[in-house]
Design a protein around this ligand. Structure first.
Ligand code: MLT
Length: 270
């Protein structure tokens, strides 16, 4: 089963229960710590927030199945089963967003609403998929993720963070170098195989929040607009939020702004 951190069911005498649990899925190649600030802040306000480590990352075992984000979505659904949660609000940042869209494809009845942060619905180009396979082969051969961190950091974080938040750069470097090479390789091969998800978004019909760092060079505000448009075409109530001064890892680059966007959207849903 996936390792996870749970802000916990609402305590008797604590703040009033604030609606369905929120499951937040992390980016590649890191773990559930990406969402720690949001889990703590919203948890204190009475929202149950669960942050799993996806297969192979953090404290979760790597799947023995061939690489596929469908496998990851099934593991998230199995975690919901284990926690006896029938329906949750499911959100993810980048790779976590790809998994959220795989949840819509495979477990739509378990999903009450979705958050798509710094992610995109399009499949990889042939070239992008080939790059992922090269990185997977290289990281397995190297037996370390140190080079992955150095290769990815320039694009993962926005210009504002690179210029003025050295502790965020150091934290993300530490997170990436702590991950297992086998998990990085498996996830890259899984992402290379993912299908386009615009039709899954159009078929959803539930509320959708698309959130993106204004300086995100990997999943751009235009990608967020395309997802929002697809969801809206299927009748979803759709909200788009751009976080100024943040890049691809908006949840850690400006945690308060992302928490605030989630809080505002969740409050309007309840
Ligand atoms: C991520 O942040 O999860 C990755 O940048 C996703 C990707 O490689 O497409």
């Amino acid at each position: 089963m996936l390792h996870f951190v749970d802000s916990g069911p609402v305590e008797p005498g604590g703040p009033p229960d604030a609606g369905p649990p929120l499951v937040l899925l992390h980016a590649f190649p890191m773990d559930g710590a990406l969402w720690a600030a949001q889990r703590r802040a919203l948890g204190r306000e009475g929202r149950r927030v669960i942050t799993p480590d996806l297969p192979g990352f953090g404290g979760s075992p790597l799947s023995e199945a061939p690489p596929s984000l469908d496998v990851v979505a099934d593991e998230v659904a199995a975690l919901l089963d284990e926690l006896r949660i029938e329906r949750a609000i499911v959100g993810g940042l980048s790779m976590g967003g790809y998994v959220t869209m795989a949840m819509l494809r495979r477990h739509r009845q378990r999903v009450a609403a979705v958050v798509l942060a710094d992610t995109k619905a399009s499949a990889d180009t042939v070239e992008a998929a080939a790059n992922r396979h090269s990185m997977a082969d290289a990281v397995e051969a190297a037996g370390t993720t140190a080079q992955v961190a150095e290769a990815m950091l320039p694009n993962l974080l926005g210009a504002t963070t690179h210029a003025s938040r050295p502790q965020v750069v150091a934290t993300v470097r530490r997170w990436i170098t702590a991950q297992r090479p086998a998990a990085v390789a498996w996830a890259q091969r899984a992402m290379a195989a993912r299908p386009d998800a615009l039709a899954d978004l159009a078929a959803f019909g539930g509320p959708v929040l698309c959130l993106t760092g204004a300086e995100d060079a990997i999943a751009t505000p235009a990608d967020a607009a395309a997802m929002a448009e697809a969801a809206r075409s299927g009748g979803s109530q759709t909200t788009v939020v751009e976080v100024p001064g943040a890049g691809h890892l908006s949840a850690i680059e400006d945690p308060d702004a992302v928490t605030g966007a989630l809080r505002g959207w969740l409050t309007a849903l309840d």
